[in-house]
Design a protein around this ligand. Structure first.
Ligand SMILES: C[S@@+](CC[C@H](N)C(=O)[O-])C[C@H]1O[C@@H](n2cnc3c(N)ncnc32)[C@H](O)[C@@H]1O
Length: 203
């Protein structure tokens, strides 16, 4: 994980923990109806979604590069006796270790150069159990806020690309929310694609 991205998020996480700003974001809220069974929360941040998933009976594997985020999540999970395995890892060099009933990755996949972003996406697609659910969200082209990126170390997907690549892997796209625009600091914009898809019954 680039030093710049790590510092950006760790400053944000420190503040959010201090101010108890731990509500689910819009995309996490949208994923709630789809959480089931063994859940991988890839790029979990503070793990607010992982905790909700575990409270709903899921067995969660949550991974992020931020030690602050993972320490917070691990402590909250232990306090609540929740089935969350919180792992700190640099996802630039990591392999999905198992198959999951649900894989959620919100706001992560753009934090890698194109080749790694696509390789990680392929790995994710290959590790959703037959009939399982994939919930993906990433920034797309047209985004003009770069505050959290190391220059040259990110990839903005083309609008619709997440859906196209998932379809090509045999997934049934249930919802594809394309090129949603949100205001960012300094008058910039963040543009997101969000995808909910079902893995083919057998591969
Ligand atoms: C935009 S935040 C999203 C967090 C959470 N999914 C959410 O919706 O609030 C992006 C997350 O990706 C993590 N991240 C970025 N690059 C990473 C890398 N190379 N390895 C591991 N985590 C990374 C950051 O630490 C951060 O928690």
């Amino acid at each position: 994980m680039s030093q710049h991205s790590l510092e950006f998020f760790e400053a944000q996480f420190r503040r959010q923990v201090a101010e108890h700003e731990l509500a689910l974001n819009l995309f996490e809220e949208r994923s709630l109806p789809h959480l089931r069974g063994r859940v991988l929360d890839l790029g979990c941040g503070l793990g607010n979604l992982s905790l909700v998933a575990a409270r709903r009976g899921c067995q969660v594997h949550a991974v992020d590069g931020s030690s602050i985020a993972i320490a917070h999540l691990g402590a909250e999970a232990a306090r609540g006796g929740l089935a969350v395995r919180a792992e700190q890892a640099d996802l630039a060099r990591w392999q999905v270790p198992a198959c999951y009933d649900t894989i959620v990755s919100i706001g992560l996949l753009m934090f890698f150069p194109r080749e790694r972003a696509l390789a990680l996406l392929d790995e994710v697609l290959a590790h959703v159990e037959p009939g399982g659910t994939l919930f993906l969200n990433a920034l797309v082209e047209g985004t003009s806020f770069y505050g959290m990126f190391e220059p040259g170390d990110f990839y903005l997907f083309a609008p619709g690309e997440l859906a196209e690549r998932s379809r090509a892997a045999g997934f049934l796209v249930l919802h594809s929310m394309r090129d949603e625009v949100f205001a960012a600091p300094g008058g910039a914009e963040k543009r997101f694609d969000t995808l909910i898809a079902s893995a083919p019954p057998a591969r």
